[in-house]
Every structure is written in C-alpha cells, then in structure tokens.
Design a protein around this ligand. Sequence first.
Ligand code: APR
Length: 273
Amino acid sequence: MSQREPHHGTTVSSAQADTAAQVAQWLAQARHVCVVTGAGMSAESGIPTFRGTDDSLWSRFDPQQLATAEAWRADSELVWGWYRWRMAGVQRAQPNAGHCALAALAARHGSVALVTQNVDDLHERASSTVAAHVHGNLFALRCFDCGHPHDAPLAPCAPDSTPLRLAPPVCGHCGGQVRPGVVWFGEALPADAWHAAVQAASDCELMLVVGTSGLVHPAAGLPALARRHGARVVEINPAPTALAPSVDWAWRATAATALPALLACLEGSVPDP
Ligand code: APR
C-alpha cells in the first residue's frame, strides 16, 4: 500500500466537506468498493445500537445474554418478546439520510458491495442491494426445532407496548417454536453470506466501514482482510473503535451526516450546511 496515512486512525480535523471531497476522490478512483455497516447505520432511524445507551425497556438486558440458543431454551418467551419488540421498532422506523445516500452512491458508482451486520431491512427499504446479511435477518423466521421457514403473518404489536414475554409462534410443520432468522452468539454465520462478504472485502480497493464498534468477529475482521488485499479503509463513526489498527482514515461523523456529504461531492454539489 503506497499512500498509507501517516498515523492509523487519523481523525480528520478539516471540515466535513473537505473530508467528503477526499473520500469521494478515493471512491471515484476505486474500481470496486465494499461498504460494511453496523448498528450505527440505523441509529439515526431510531433503532438502538447494541452497545450504546438507550432508555428502552430492554436496556437492562445484555443482548449477548438474549441472543443465544441457551437463552432461548431457558426462556423462549423472554427472547421472543425482545425480538418482537425489535421487529416492531424496525417496522415503525424509516431509512435515514445515510441509508438513502448510500443507495444513491452505489447506483452512481456501479460496483459497491454492501455487507451488513444489521438484521433490519432498512438498507433494502432505501433501495440498496445487500450483498450479505452476515448476521441474518430479523424477519426471516424459522422453526427452532425443525428449521422449517415460517411465513405466517405475526400478530401486530407496537414497540412501546410489547410485553416482556411473548409466546413464540408455533411451527406449522412440526409444532415447534418459531425463532427469528438472526445469527446468535455461538452460531455459525450463513455460509453464503460470509463467503460473499469475504469476496467483497478481498476484491475492493476502498472499504467504507460505517457504524460498527468492530468488537464482534468474524465480521470485525473484514477491514483487516481488505487492508491485507491492498485496500484503503475509511471508518465513518462519531467515536473511536476497536478497528483503529485496521483503519487508514477515521471520519468522525454520523452515517446520516457523512454519507449525504459524500454523495454531494460525487454529484459535484456543495452539501447542505
Ligand atoms: N452513525 C455512525 N455510527 C454510529 C452512530 C451514527 N449515527 N451512532 C452510533 N454509532 C456507532 C457507535 O459509536 C458504535 O461504534 O455505531 C457503533 C455501534 O456499535 P455496536 O452497538 O457494537 O453495534 P455493531 O458494531 O453493529 O455490533 C456488531 O454485535 O450484538 C452483535 O449481532 C450484533 O451485529 C451486531 C454485532
């Protein structure tokens, strides 16, 4: 890599527009781009991040304690209640300006592979094509026991009234309990999704990492993989993260600020103040 920034994780002190102009230049020069997103991408849509602070009913629960097969076996109604609350929150949310700018930017560039750790559908609802949902999809329900997909509609529930415990739906195939189609801690990532993510990270000349703490592997290893294949890695995150050693350029901004500014540069217009 010839033009590595002098210090890893250099936080850009110039105005957002100057930073956007620099990243837009790298984007224009890159034949293939990979974008990796995390929960921070959906934060400005009102979806709580995992390790941030939120005042939700669930804030006293550690997601790592709920997102496991063991938690499901111990208390499936508590785990289903949490996921049903999250589903209702996503259904009520809208894609934010970052989701929309990313979709427009990818359409303009023509070779942007979007890899997300998020299990919401906000990228798709912003018209992005997602190359890989490496942690699964909240709404891809399946039977915990037989694995059969569950397509029956869910009873409506509002995010602010979801009770702590809810009985999971019953599998129409075997009578077992239906679970969300997300990857739980200790479970393997979907093979196809992970293969697509590794391919995208290996092939890109530029990687944008947006809104992830970089704490959960193997997804957290994608920036280092891209770097090993010669890519430049730009992180868009208002706070420092564990990814600093793998980041060439840290853009301290939120997704809904940085991505529209980047798109505006690509379109040759000055971003809104
Ligand atoms: N724009 C960009 N980044 C943001 C914003 C924002 N508006 N708000 C918060 N962030 C950043 C935070 O600074 C943090 O670094 O988003 C990151 C969110 O980190 P986490 O909550 O750890 O979410 P994520 O990195 O996606 O978690 C990875 O952990 O619990 C598992 O499976 C779950 O996919 C998830 C994985």
